[in-house]
Ligand binder design. Structure first.
Ligand SMILES: [Zn+2]
Ligand SMILES: [Zn+2]
Length: 360
């Protein structure tokens, strides 16, 4: 871990403002570039000392720096030194995101993959989903302050949570607002941090949510559940939960939007003579269907309204039945002779595609 600012100035964590100032003066003189021309190591030390004093020399920045943090690097909202854990990174990213959006303390979106069975997607399902997200800390009621009350107004931003910053651009100097780096955009400085959440007001937790997937949800559809993303501090708007829906394939049925497709095997005599056949539906029932005489293999019939229902849109797809003629196997000699006899009785004009072949 990097040296603390206290180490850099060579003072204790309990040093008074006066002690810090005097330590800084001494070191700044010692490492001043004018007194050490061309010495890069000393120039770096001079930089370090100034950086440390910039924080410790300001009571508010010092208080923020002293705040405990599981991420390890003190409160360095403004960037700079500090080995931060992923928790802390997330937290800072959250703030940065909000600052860009213009100051609201909105929580971020959470993206997750969800896998549904073929039937769950077709008929709809309510599923419990575990979401790992920030939740308000219960010990401090989300305030970050021990007991939930001990605040002072942030002097750096006057309690607004925002500060002006100027930027030089090719079009001149542009002044805009950004989140205050002393109070992290909250406008408040916590006198004593909540021991449960380290002053963040939020804790990462697994939360179980019951999500209702509507009937007819499409594979790879993205479903947004408003307000179920990252919670944010002080009751501000939560982010959204964004679910990418995967749908597992079915053994027999395929989906084309709201239409279902299924292959049905028939005997060649059923196909030749016609028959009443039964077609399975996804719900497990069977629909009777009159197979017409002379149905060719691969013919597709449409059974209206036996597909997937999308209740929201008030539409139902169709069941597309493709006929797969199955030939009998292991014929006896007698059967073969009968088939030959039958075959010889056919006239070429009883065939369409094979007529040319028959002519030979
Ligand atoms: Zn707390
Ligand atoms: Zn502030």
């Amino acid at each position: 871990m990097a040296k603390s600012y206290y180490d850099v100035l060579g003072v204790s964590k309990t040093a008074s403002d006066e002690e810090i100032k005097s330590a800084y003066r001494k070191l700044a003189k010692k490492y001043h570039p004018d007194l050490n021309p061309g010495d890069k190591a000393v120039a770096d030390l001079f930089k370090e000392v100034n950086e440390a004093y910039e924080v410790l020399g300001d009571p508010q920045k010092r208080a923020a720096y002293d705040k405990p943090s599981s991420g390890g690097g003190g409160a360095d909202f403004g960037g700079g030194a500090g080995g931060a854990g992923s928790f802390f990174d997330d937290f800072v990213n959250m703030f940065n995101g909000q600052a860009r959006e213009g100051g609201g303390s909105n929580g971020g979106d959470i993206s997750m993959n969800v896998t549904l069975t073929f039937e769950e997607a077709a008929f709809g399902v309510a599923k419990d989903i575990s979401v790992n997200r920030f939740e308000p800390c219960s010990s401090c009621r989300g305030t970050g302050a021990k007991g939930g009350t001990q605040y002072v107004k942030c002097n750096n931003c006057g309690g607004t949570g925002k500060v002006r910053f100027a930027q030089e651009t090719p079009f001149g100097r542009v002044v805009s607002m950004k989140a205050c780096n002393v109070c992290g955009g909250t406008g408040r400085i916590i006198k004593e941090a909540c021991p449960s959440c380290g002053g963040r007001g939020l804790l990462r937790k697994n939360t179980s949510l019951r999500i209702t997937f509507p009937a007819g949800i499409e594979p790879n559809q993205i479903m947004t559940v408003p307000g179920e993303g990252e919670r944010s501090r002080n009751g501000a708007k939560a982010g959204n939960l964004v679910l990418m829906v995967n749908v597992m394939p079915h053994k027999f049925f395929k989906r084309k939007g709201l239409d279902l497709a299924v292959e049905v095997a028939t005997t060649f005599t059923q196909a030749l003579l016609g028959d009443k056949i039964y077609v399975p539906t996804l719900k497990g029932a069977k629909v009777a269907f009159p197979l017409p005489e002379g149905t060719q293999s691969g013919t597709t019939f449409k059974l209206k309204g036996h597909g997937i229902e999308n209740a929201k849109k008030g539409v139902t797809g169709d069941l597309l039945v493709t006929i797969d003629i199955e030939l009998p196997k292991n014929l006896t000699k007698e059967q073969k002779n009968k088939i030959k006899e039958l075959h010889e009785s056919f006239k070429p004009d009883q065939y369409d595609k094979a007529r040319e072949f028959f002519k030979k």
